[in-house]
Write a protein that binds this ligand. Structure first.
Ligand SMILES: Cc1cc2nc3c(=O)[nH]c(=O)nc-3n(C[C@H](O)[C@H](O)[C@H](O)COP(=O)(O)O)c2cc1C
Length: 315
């Protein structure tokens, strides 16, 4: 494949990025994705600086391919995490949940490349002015935290590719070659997938979470925390209880307040864990290996491009 700007920025073989997932995409998962030709990422969210160092070392031991670190910028140890990335010789990072402006001087001085997650055109234009190398346009259908604006990937990506000079990665709602081709048709130069990678053999999350993704339907997710930091999660009893506490007064298993519901990697089961996932979960029908997913994305996109040419070409 011809190198585009996202491949040049990440250094990976394919323009596919592993969506960072809190306490899930750690050293082993990042290395597995990078070894399969994508850009693996370690999510720094929820990690102490020592643990982040350890996960970076694990990834280094398992791959000689490039991988990155995702830094949630609102966290107290974001500057420390940035220094760890620099120390470790990471070449490309991604940032989310905050303003990259005050980090840019150090990022540039260290020669790092940076992609920042945005959910609106206003944010994207501000971010471009800060000097980031690319944006990751995250649509409302994505798993995990989404923008309050409610703009979908389909609408956000072409508006950003028209408005920006820097390249755009599409995130949210992509799990197969059709999504990849659609994103590229909208002008994206790369795609970031999160939910698809939960249902992989390499993903270190409990089996019940993977199974729930495989069994999900098109309406299996819902938004929590709509006013503050909206997060898209799988519907289950814990989520229903947060939304309708009165309905569950007799529910001994889940009795308590919101604090009882725990993020998936902190314990719980299919009823009690909070499991971020995107609307595209309904399309995912089996647990696969990451290398198989990449091959299918590449071959499927090639085939679709030929079919599109046969339909629209030659006029
Ligand atoms: C379980 C889970 C945890 C996530 N944690 C993070 C995170 O720590 N930082 C972040 O920037 N994005 C996080 N995300 C968002 C993903 O990186 C990615 O952008 C998103 O999943 C893409 O949408 P998709 O799920 O439709 O593929 C998370 C998503 C999921 C499903």
């Amino acid at each position: 494949m011809v190198k585009n700007r996202i491949i040049e920025i990440t250094g990976a073989k394919y323009p596919f990025i592993l969506g960072p997932m809190r306490l899930i995409t750690l050293g082993e998962m990042a290395a597995a994705v990078s070894n399969s030709g994508g850009f693996g990422q370690i999510a720094a969210s929820g990690l102490s600086t020592d643990r982040l160092r350890l996960e970076v070392k694990k990834a280094r031991d398992l791959t000689d391919q490039p991988f990155g670190i995702n830094l949630p910028l609102y966290r107290k140890n974001a500057f420390d995490a940035l220094e760890i990335a620099i120390e470790a010789g990471i070449k490309t990072i991604t940032t989310s949940a905050g303003n990259p402006a005050k980090f840019m001087e150090r990022i540039k001085e260290a020669g790092l490349r940076v992609l920042h997650k945005v959910s609106s055109k206003e944010m994207a234009l501000k971010t471009q002015t800060c000097g980031v190398d690319a944006v990751i346009a995250t649509g409302f259908e994505a798993g995990g935290h989404v923008g309050r604006q409610g703009t979908t990937t389909m609408c956000l990506v072409p508006q950003l590719t028209d408005a920006l000079n820097i390249p755009v990665v599409a995130a949210g709602g992509i799990a197969d070659a059709r999504g990849v081709v659609a994103a590229f048709a909208l002008g994206a130069e790369g795609v970031e997938l999160g939910t698809r990678f939960v249902a992989t053999h390499e993903c270190p999350t409990p089996d019940f979470f993977k199974q729930l993704i495989v069994e999900a339907d098109s309406d299996s997710t819902i938004l929590l925390g709509k006013d503050a930091m909206p997060i898209r999660v799988l519907k289950n009893r814990a989520v229903d209880m947060i939304q309708n506490p009165d309905k569950h007064l007799e529910d001994k298993h889940l009795r308590g307040d919101k604090a009882d519901a725990k993020y998936i990697q902190s314990g719980g089961d299919a009823d009690t864990a909070i499991m971020p996932a995107g609307q595209i979960a309904g399309l995912i029908k089996q647990i696969d290996r990451t290398d198989k997913i990449f091959l299918e994305l590449m071959r499927g996109a090639d085939l679709l491009a030929q079919q599109l040419k046969a339909t629209f070409g030659g006029e």
